[in-house]
Design a protein around this ligand. Structure first.
Ligand code: SF4
Ligand code: SF4
Length: 347
């Protein structure tokens, strides 16, 4: 069992202040242009850290793989010259919710598939991670999908209690971070308060997918939901926001950008979306998913069928970001339950 300590609020402020003095720290902070909205960004001071937040629009995977990432610069000289521009310096990522911890682990597995991707593990290896527990809104469904209590990949995990936080020390690196910190051993009352927080979290969760991941995968594999995919696609704009806000989507595109003089440039990789029309376009002009409903169907099959078969768990954490971001109000839980309902109605 992880060692459990208590850190008071003042102690937490000085702990995070010290981390920020020691090296780069990314965490949830209020958006300057949109007060009330929280985003993951680099912190200048502990006062900027907002540990009590519902969710962010863009998930913390951006700490390891930014939406737009230069890979190298090139010069078309003789011989051509390539300069690597990636930086892999150490940093600390704080304030990661359980569902987002699970997502990072899912991306570890996905990027490790052969041929393994090199940048993600290099970036992950340089970071320490501090998780924090949270309370849901009406879009969250992590309880049913099994990520509500994830601790995967966290060095420390904080649960709010009256005095401050119950701190689970999950790794040696986590213990090292607490050196010089004002902490004390947790007692029974602290444990009970943390347990009560977790109970409140699960009791407040109103959304859920009405089938186990295994049953849902079978339903998607065996059923013919062409009519439903067309209904959903008739509302979908193919904007890709559901993918670009998703903590478990891992597809990317690579493009070369040339300088105006055409003597050199840089190779950039950026997040991609299977909902964009050109995503499955290949040389010769053929598009494997030219029609919108095919892309909508693909998203559900990818999340809940193909990757479930590959990795034994759905590639969805129940964070609800895709539903919050969708301007067409296409809600992943509602659509999933409609599929399940139609399948059971037919059975
Ligand atoms: S965010 Fe909504 S409208 Fe945009 S591609 Fe996804 S489902 Fe379609
Ligand atoms: S599919 Fe939607 S709910 Fe699931 S992890 Fe991605 S953004 Fe979150």
């Amino acid at each position: 069992m992880a060692r459990e300590l208590v850190m008071g609020r003042a102690g937490a402020r000085s702990f995070f202040g010290r981390l920020i003095e020691e090296g780069p720290v990314m965490g949830p902070r209020e958006r300057i242009s949109q007060p009330g909205f929280v985003m993951f960004d680099w912190l200048d001071s502990a006062e900027q850290l907002r540990l009590e937040y519902t969710t962010t629009t863009i998930p913390p995977k951006k700490a390891f793989f930014p939406p737009r990432q230069p890979l190298f610069e090139f010069e078309l000289s003789e011989p051509p010259k390539i300069t690597t521009v990636q930086e892999f310096s150490a940093f600390t990522l704080v304030g990661v919710h359980p569902c987002d911890l699970a997502a990072l682990e899912m991306l570890d597995d996905a990027y490790a598939q052969e041929p393994a991707e090199a940048c993600w593990p290099a970036s992950r290896a340089r970071a320490r991670v501090i998780g924090v527990d949270c309370l849901p809104d009406e879009y969250c469904f992590c309880f049913g999908i099994g990520t509500c209590y994830s601790r995967e990949g966290a060095d420390l995990f904080l649960t709010p209690i009256d005095e401050g936080y119950l701190v689970e020390v999950l790794t040696e690196a986590g213990g090292d971070m607490l050196r010089l910190s004002d902490v004390e051993d947790a007692d029974d009352a602290d444990h009970e308060q943390a347990a009560a927080f977790r109970r409140t979290k699960s009791e407040r969760m109103t959304a859920s997918i009405d089938a186990s991941p295994a049953e849902f995968a079978d339903i998607l594999e065996e059923g013919d939901f062409g009519e439903l995919w067309r209904e959903v696609a008739s509302r979908c704009y193919s904007c890709g926001s559901c993918n670009t806000t998703c903590p478990t989507c891992f597809c990317f595109d690579i493009k070369d950008e040339f300088d105006l003089g055409l003597t050199g440039g840089r190779r950039i990789r950026s997040w991609d979306s299977c909902q964009l029309q050109e995503f499955a376009l290949v040389a010769g002009g053929h598009n494997f998913r030219r029609i919108r409903w095919q892309r909508v169907r693909h998203r559900w099959h990818r999340k809940f069928l193909y990757l479930f078969r590959d990795f034994g768990r759905p590639y969805c954490t129940g964070c609800g970001r895709c539903s919050r971001a969708c301007t067409a109000d296409i809600n992943i839980v509602d659509v999933s339950n409609e599929i399940i309902g139609r399948a059971r109605g037919r059975a």
